[in-house]
Design a protein around this ligand. Sequence first.
Ligand SMILES: *[C@@H]1O[C@H](CO)[C@@H](O)[C@H](O)[C@H]1NC(C)=O
Ligand SMILES: *[C@@H]1O[C@H](CO)[C@@H](O)[C@H](O)[C@H]1NC(C)=O
Ligand SMILES: *[C@@H]1O[C@H](CO)[C@@H](O)[C@H](O)[C@H]1NC(C)=O
Ligand SMILES: *[C@@H]1O[C@H](CO)[C@@H](O)[C@H](O)[C@H]1NC(C)=O
Length: 393
Amino acid sequence: MKSSPAWRLGIKDMQIMPGSRQRGPLRKPTWIIVLVSLVSLFLVFAYVYPPQNSAACYVFSSRGCKGMPRWLPPSPVRELTDEEIAARVVITDILNMPSAIPTTPKIAFLFLTPGALPFEKLWDKFFQGHEGRFSVYVHASKDKPLHFSRYFINREIRSSSVVWGKISMVDAERRLLGHALKDPGNQHFVLLSDSCIPLRDFDFVYNYLMYTNVSFVDCFEDPGPHGSGRYSENMLPEVEKQDFRKGAQWFTMKRQHAVIVMADNLYYSKFRDYCRPGMEKGRNCYSDEHYLPTFFYMLDPVGIANWSVTHVDWSEGKWHPKSYRALDVTYDLMRNITSISDSVHVTSEEKKQVQITPCLWNGNPRPCYLFARKFLPETLDNLIQLFPNYTSI
Ligand SMILES: *[C@@H]1O[C@H](CO)[C@@H](O)[C@H](O)[C@H]1NC(C)=O
Ligand SMILES: *[C@@H]1O[C@H](CO)[C@@H](O)[C@H](O)[C@H]1NC(C)=O
Ligand SMILES: *[C@@H]1O[C@H](CO)[C@@H](O)[C@H](O)[C@H]1NC(C)=O
Ligand SMILES: *[C@@H]1O[C@H](CO)[C@@H](O)[C@H](O)[C@H]1NC(C)=O
């Protein structure tokens, strides 16, 4: 019985009373008994009917209400629309369905590129000897690439042009997922760009992704202008500002998650219509940075790791992340990147809060990254030379 400590406290205080009764005049103990009883009753009442607002939470527990989500006031009950109910039953059902795991599950590598893939030779080395445990799909949105590796030949899907920051980017991601889902052997899906390289050998990547139940979708709350500042109230009622999240687009996703992304039209259409560059009042919103983080935060928050396994270096604080040149690529650099074990998110308001979270894989601390970007094509030779060494750090 959860409320017993409060009861016991009441009883214990009552038992002390007879002792004090002998010393003072009769009226005082009676007064104290009444007061103590009232306080006890109040405590019991407060325990059974927890406080409903945050100020009260603060009074009752120094941890506030955060440590006890059950105590949070239920979000104002809003009647869901028909579309929301439809979306939620389909999504919940898919998430609860036991998945039929094929005998040799495969990882689908989805390459989103304008044209040629400068690191095909490196990926070829990465894939070699692991036939049957992976598949490759290429979405070349501008130029049809010439391929050098047998793993990439004839792996292009029908593609459409992609404009940076626009919904066409999300469309291309969904197109890649859709094609890859046609093969029931594909159980995990990895989105990669033309500037991405593998940081680990194939077995490491395979085991890291296959033997966990989460998708590595980057997701954090940024209250600043490049986070919630991009939210538009036109997304109401389905997407509330408090649920709006941000994250890098380079995901890995388990099959169930890929299916619910395919199944979603409701939340997708909100972002398509109301999260665009150059929206109202010169505000910019980029669906590829907000749609999936927000979608998963709303519908399966515990199903995602909240960080991306693709490393990128934003430490220069510029508009674009650091691009690695040939002379940057050394054993030291690769060792540094592969040994990172905390994920870092920086918010965009003036305070620039830094959120550091250890990367936990099935509850245990592990290095965060399997892939990295942005590498310039000129780094290829160095990477090929270093590849067998740095992946085994
Ligand atoms: C994944 O989920 C399944 C089913 O709920 C469970 O049996 C398994 O232990 C989980 N695996 C990990 C690595 O958490
Ligand atoms: C990701 O963040 C959500 C809250 O946003 C949390 O509920 C979930 O447990 C986190 N995932 C992991 C694997 O820690
Ligand atoms: C690697 O990390 C060490 C220690 O933080 C640092 O001194 C060094 O400059 C880094 N090297 C590269 C190439 O990033
Ligand atoms: C990488 O490994 C090869 C042989 O496995 C060795 O000859 C070479 O010196 C190593 N390079 C570095 C930078 O450790």
